[in-house]
Design a protein around this ligand. Sequence first.
Ligand code: BTN
Length: 331
Amino acid sequence: MNEGAARVLEALRRADGARCSGESLSSELGVSRAAVWKHVESLRRRGYRVEGAAGGGYALRGLPDRLYPEELADDSRRWLAREIHHLEETDSTNRVASELAREGAPSGATVVAERQTAGRGRLGRSFFSPAHCNLYTSIVLRPDLTIAEAPSLILAAAVAVAEAVAGSLDDPGRVEIKWPNDVLIDGLKTSGILMEMSAEATRVGFAILGIGVNLNVDRDAFPEEFRERATSVSAALGRRVDRIAFARGLYGILEGVLDLHAQSGFDALRGRFDPWFRMPGREIEVYGHGPEPLRGRALGIAADGALRVQRADGSVERVIAGDVSLSGSPR
Ligand code: BTN
């Protein structure tokens, strides 16, 4: 959005629904009334519902359901999503954010897209990313971490997503973190997190934290292979979710969580992670960890984010990546 339109929008927001005359806007902004009208037209093209005409003044009556930077901006955040790149469509926001990171984008630079044509999931899977209903966002991070410590960032992000999702529901008990990167509602996948890294020797050069949250997608819209296992916040809630409010809330929580992680590591977040993590004590199977599935009892999470699993013979295995399925009830 150009600066003039942004300033008109700001003035209309400040008026809080009251009409602003073309004349007052023109003198406040130091531009002609014709220029004010042009900016109003450009706001309308962007989807803002601006009532009125040049003679009778203008009032803001509705915001577009788009994750525009001007809607997601929040001065209370210090570093995360201060720089926001909004795309109507892209293949993958993780790909775009990696490119920005390679070009020198600062930590916290954020990409958000209305639709992804090749949304990436873990283990080479895809992430279903239809237009204008969900949140697809990727954040550039430049953490001071070794490669081995980095996976715990995913768990930190999962805490933020779980808290944001729970904040939208009536009953937080419906929300669960499925190690390592999914957030579930009533056992169904609602969000996935994909972290991709560039390494410099043993340290993280930059990390891209990609988060997809199913907010308003209908369950029927999911491709068949996901339908049985996936849901959205709106399907769980029974009404639409305000995507802008959700994204702003998530970015705010995420900034706080990542600050804590940077200061004191994942241990500082255990108290916020554990309520969402119901795996300890359960019999599980981990796929993709080795040639054979690993079967055992989930013990908990190590400081670096690894899952600790106890085999039947009592030996304890640390799992860094893999897919978990619950094979039994808690012991
Ligand atoms: C998974 O479920 O395995 C992870 C899914 C991560 C999806 C998000 S959507 C935003 C970002 N861009 C991508 O291409 N993927 C992540």
